[in-house]
Ligand binder design. Structure first.
Ligand code: SAM
Length: 174
């Protein structure tokens, strides 16, 4: 998240979405780079995560900049009608997420998309998985991850860069 925040700072974002915010670790990193008067919306479909994340943000003094919404990413994105400066996506694993088009469509031109979980692509390429990804994402995990990467690379509305270490990807919206 330190690298994600550094990348985000370059565009001085005022509006950020954190997809798959969990307990809000990533959300609070993003809140630390949002411009004065700006906002980060964390989205997760686990109500316990959302409840705890809300308490943590309040306790740590981030309530003015952070809002949490509970639901599937695809559904919650459908309720957001203004383009945003930055989206951080941690709500996918191996396969192309159902929210891909909605997510990209919400990023303003020149805006930033950051994505974690690309250790899966590193492991698919090296053939040496660092964990039993099959139990998390099925036996097709390596092919599914590779397909998702190829799909992102082929998009004409994104310019995507992958890093091996740390294994994240970031993209600017064309
Ligand atoms: C790895 S955890 C999140 C970690 C968090 N970003 C952090 O930095 O601590 C992934 C989260 O994504 C949520 N998630 C996964 N797919 C989702 C989806 N399609 N819609 C909403 N939440 C999702 C899970 O409930 C889980 O809390």
């Amino acid at each position: 998240m330190q690298l994600v925040a550094s990348l985000g700072r370059l565009i001085a974002p005022a509006s950020v979405l954190d997809l798959g915010c969990g307990l809000g670790y990533s959300t609070l990193w993003l809140a630390s780079i949002v411009q004065p008067g700006g906002r980060v919306i964390g989205i997760d479909d686990d109500p316990v995560h959302i409840s705890e994340a809300t308490s943590i943000a309040r306790e740590l003094g981030y309530a003015d900049r952070v809002e949490y919404r509970c639901g599937r990413v695809t559904d919650v994105l459908g309720t957001i009608d203004q383009p945003v400066d930055m989206i951080h996506d941690d709500a996918w694993f191996a396969a192309t997420p159902a929210h891909l088009d909605a997510m990209v469509g919400l990023i303003r031109p020149g805006g930033l998309l950051t994505m974690v979980n690309w250790f899966l692509l590193v492991d698919a390429i090296t053939g040496s998985p660092r964990n039993d990804w099959e139990s998390f994402a099925g036996e097709d995990w390596a092919a599914a991850t590779t397909r998702y990467a190829q799909e992102l690379a082929a998009r004409s509305d994104l310019h995507v860069t992958w890093l091996e270490s740390p294994p994240i990807a970031f993209a600017t919206r064309r």
